[in-house]
Design a protein around this ligand. Sequence first.
Ligand code: HSE
Length: 314
Amino acid sequence: MPKASEIRVFAPATVANVACGYDVLGFAIDSPGDEIVVRHGTKPGLHITSITGDDGKLPKKPEQNTAGVAALDLLKHLGMTDRPIEMEIHKKMPFGSGLGSSAASAVAGAYAVNKLIGEPLSKRQLLPFAMQGEYAADGAWHADNVAPCLLGGIVFIRSNQELDVAQLPAPENLWAAVIHPDIEVLTKVAREILPKEIPLENATQQIGNLGGLLCGLIQSDYGLISRSIHDVIAEPRRQKLIPEFYKAKRAAMGAGALGFSISGAGPSVFALCEGEETARKAAADVSEVFSTIPVTCQSHVSKINPHGVHVIEG
Ligand code: HSE
């Protein structure tokens, strides 16, 4: 592969958990997403030269920055930490949004640097390095944002420890409506309110729903998908972090959604729908509910993004 002088990449937002797949299922959407630009520099080592869209919140020291950690971990693995590389980070997603913001930065950092140096590793081989960046951000080891952001599509994680992941097909007419109410939920807090142990009955229900959802996706069986998108473990505990959650859920289901739940740790919520029109109606109706809190929201209607992170034109 020839070495490019500058690379700009886009890493998409992701919906983690997808209701019944806590920490083991996620999918990518078309937008929003973070952008990272890397170029060959003059001073040895990785340098973050500018960050935009972060309100000055993100550290520029690579070893303290999500994208920097992922890139550094990759360079260390390749024995190239002295390689002069400059990185610009353009955050286009809010923090603590449930849209996989930190995962997108981590994925973009590792992917961009790998591209710049001639692509020694495949996308799939970048997974452990991007994971280190995500881990630096939220202190928990789960690939349900990183893996779909990197690989695209719907990704099932058999084991987070072994990073054993499998991509699933997305039914042709499956659309997602993702709505982000402008409140902050820290992933750490949303994880701490979950119980360490769950009743066997809940585990059985959740396993049944997860299996049903995977089968429904593989068979393009919208009825089975709809009967399966239920979370009896995280959603009942986390809904209290999202004002009017159940009203929003009723609005989405009333609009014809197949299912509705919390995107990742929240506060974003998502509806899976058959067809674009239903997804747009669900997004509008859920946004209307949130407007009564009152809180502003951004909604994103998208098919499942099959590409994941990719190079874009400057
Ligand atoms: N699976 C994670 C959680 C996603 O629900 O805590 C966080 O982005």
